[in-house]
Design a protein around this ligand. Structure first.
Ligand code: H2U
Ligand code: ZN
Length: 348
């Protein structure tokens, strides 16, 4: 019998950050690419849209008017999922019906006054300003005693439920550590206890040695398709230095983050010559006032597209009932992303 081969044989892969498994079925797509690239009509947006609730000077729901901002702009979400004034309380019926009150706050960050841009189309110096806002918001929200975790994220594209093409992201900050970062924290802690080192420091070093899943990198950050990626073109952006949060990044590292974001998202847009939808967000140490030497700053990009600007991967059936599955291997996805230009297709 021939030996097991990651490129041909169905197998499971372990995600050491969540300690969950995914199923990989590479035999279903021997060739990483199967043609079919239909491009949707290019959407032309104005630099200013009088009907956009995020454009400078426009009025939002509830009647508040945005300032004539010229760079970034942050406001408290008018439809916040978490509220600061929620009273404490708990419900518990026989340990079966369990509920706890949760305090928090939500903010919206406009990345640019320009309605027609997205991060990969912005100047790197302007992306750097967004990095600074993320770090400032993390510090500002995290300083509140009733905020123990700050989740920064961006939903991009209608496919991901984004309600407005104006470039923006969100922050939800609350009392309790949410599920996904909690899983990672437990794994990072356990790895550190066992090995005396950081899981992600070790992981980046290993991936750099192997090279096959790296998409792009600079002096301060590495973008790669993780070995355990679930979405077809999922990536992680990981800081080279062991820092626990955005707030710890030096000036040069912040520039490095802006650079890697521009380059990675440009490759994404170039993949199907479309504005690439995704959900992305940072995972970093909680703001609970404790020491967290186990935490290592990183971002996850979860893009839904599979084969073209319109053909997406569905997380249904087996994924919902059993565990996630993919055909295209992470190595093949990385190879495709690595082969793309870092000049945006609209600028060529
Ligand atoms: P999404 O595009 O990811 O849906 O984010 C936009 C957010 O903007 C959304 O959470 C908020 C919505 O609640 N919003 C306002 O705060 N004010 C408005 O006038 C409209 C939308
Ligand atoms: Zn706008």
């Amino acid at each position: 019998m021939r030996s097991f081969n990651l490129n041909d044989d169905p197998h499971r892969r372990f995600n050491p950050l969540t300690r969950e498994w995914i199923l990989v079925s590479p035999h279903r797509t021997k060739r990483p690419w199967q043609g079919q690239v239909e491009k949707p009509p290019q959407e032309e947006r104005p630099a200013y849209d009088p009907n956009c609730y995020l454009c400078p000077g426009n009025t939002r729901a509830g009647g508040v008017r945005n300032p004539e901002y010229t760079s970034t702009f942050v406001f408290t979400n008018d439809f916040a999922a978490l509220l600061p004034e929620t009273p404490p309380g708990e419900v518990n019926e026989s340990n079966l019906l369990v509920a706890r009150s949760e305090r928090g706050t939500c903010r919206v960050i406009c990345f640019s006054p320009r309605h027609d841009l997205t991060l990969p189309e912005m100047e790197e110096t302007d992306i750097r300003r967004v990095v600074d806002v993320w770090a400032d918001e993390y510090l500002d929200l995290g300083a509140k005693p009733w905020i123990n975790y700050v989740q920064i994220f961006e939903n991009k594209g209608a496919m991901m439920g984004c309600s407005n093409p104006h470039p923006h992201g969100q922050i939800w900050a609350n009392e309790t550590m949410p599920v996904e970062p909690s899983k990672e924290q437990a794994s990072l802690e356990a790895y550190r206890a066992e090995h005396g080192r950081c899981l992600l420091c070790d992981y980046v070093a290993l991936e750099e040695r192997l090279g096959e899943r790296i998409v792009c990198a600079n002096e301060h950050f590495v973008a790669l398709v993780p070995f355990w990626a679930n979405w077809p073109f999922e990536t992680m952006v990981i800081s080279r230095r062991h820092v626990a949060s955005l707030a710890e990044l030096t000036d040069a590292e912040r520039d490095g983050l802006a650079n890697i974001i521009r380059r990675l998202t440009t490759r994404y847009d170039n993949l199907f010559e479309t504005s690439f939808p995704y959900s992305m967000g940072f995972h970093q140490q909680p703001t609970d006032g404790q020491e967290h030497p186990e935490w290592h700053l990183h971002a996850h990009y979860y893009p839904p597209l599979l084969r073209s600007a319109t053909v997406r991967k569905f997380m249904v059936g087996y994924e919902m009932l059993a565990n996630p599955q993919r055909d295209l291997t992470p190595e093949a996805a990385a190879d495709r992303l690595r082969g793309l230009s870092e000049i945006h297709y609209k600028r060529r």
